[in-house]
Design a protein around this ligand. Structure first.
Ligand SMILES: Cc1cc2nc3c(=O)[nH]c(=O)nc-3n(C[C@H](O)[C@H](O)[C@H](O)COP(=O)(O)O)c2cc1C
Length: 283
């Protein structure tokens, strides 16, 4: 029985051209997909993929027009492809097509159904991504919500322990709270420290309103509270027109152990533009 199962799991199927693809059970597939140079591809629909997929899998729907063209655009023929679908049917058909086109293909028997039945983990887009924001008057909060929706990230509000009043925000008054804080590079307005599982995020977007051409010092408080050493951090902001050049440079210099990627202002950008920008950074 065991020998039969092994034989099935390793059985190679011949296509018309005489080339073969290989069926693997979930354990063997997991090992193969983890091999250096192997591309892991989920060939289900985008909707199915969004519900949960194997960690690190790309998504190219095998039932959409141009499937082979998309694969060829993404992977050279020398790249071994480890592919799966829901139950193993669609991926078997795709494996035939890909093998005929010259690829070496490994197909997961039983698909993601068998994978979850075997107790193996599933990832979702947005896992490990945090969108944290501070917003005094709501503009940045709206952009942060769009960014979190576009990326599937966890949304978190950075809350000053003492909220800013309208008087605090009066930049024309040099004695207002914001003016005083922004003149003092060492000021660290207290925050409510309630971000859970901070260490579980690999990519952290941090949003804020530009104040005096840079980030409000409450952002320094947040960064120092959680460290984010070795993590990727990307700023986004809203402003009356200023860009993020100064904030990007200030924070890169102040916290060199963070892997900073230059962020940008998202003034009036559409949800689609925000999504495209985030995807270009997350690729
Ligand atoms: C104290 C203070 C300083 C500001 N400094 C700048 C600035 O230097 N450049 C700029 O373009 N906008 C500046 N603004 C405008 C805000 O960046 C802008 O209104 C922002 O969208 C507000 O975001 P929020 O609603 O999330 O707080 C400043 C606003 C305040 C309250």
């Amino acid at each position: 029985m065991k020998i039969m199962a092994m034989a099935t799991s390793l059985m190679a199927f011949l296509s018309c051209g005489g080339q073969a693809y290989t069926n693997l059970d979930t354990d063997a597939f997991e090992k193969k997909a983890a091999e250096e140079g192997t591309a892991l591809v989920d060939v289900r629909t985008a909707g199915e993929y969004a519900e949960g997929h194997l960690k690190g899998a790309a998504n190219i729907d095998c039932q959409e027009d141009g499937f082979l063209g998309k694969i060829e655009a993404a992977y050279p023929k020398e790249t071994p492809l480890a592919i799966y679908c829901r139950s193993g049917k669609r991926s078997a058909a795709a494996a035939k097509k890909l093998t005929k086109a010259g690829y070496t293909v490994f197909n997961m028997l039983g698909g993601i159904n068998a994978w979850t039945e075997a107790g193996k983990g599933i990832a979702k887009d947005g896992d490990g991504i945090l969108v944290a924001y501070f917003s005094a008057t709501g503009t940045t909060a709206a952009v942060a919500a769009d960014l979190a929706e576009a990326t599937g990230a966890t949304l978190y509000e950075i809350k000053p322990a003492v909220k800013y009043t309208d008087a605090d925000l009066d930049w024309r008054n040099e004695n207002s709270r914001s003016s005083v804080e922004m003149k003092d590079k060492e000021s660290r307005p207290e925050i409510v420290k309630d971000l859970e599982d901070a260490g579980s995020y690999d990519t952290i977007f941090i949003g804020f309103p530009v104040w005096w051409y840079t980030a409000p010092t409450v952002i320094n408080t947040f960064v120092e509270a959680y460290g984010f050493e070795g993590k990727t951090v990307i700023f986004f902001a809203t402003s009356g027109g200023s860009d993020l050049k100064k904030a990007n440079a200030d924070f890169k210099a102040a916290y060199p152990k963070i892997d900073w990627k230059d962020g940008k202002t998202l003034n009036g950008e559409s949800k689609e533009d925000i999504k495209a920008w985030a995807e270009s950074l997350l690729r």
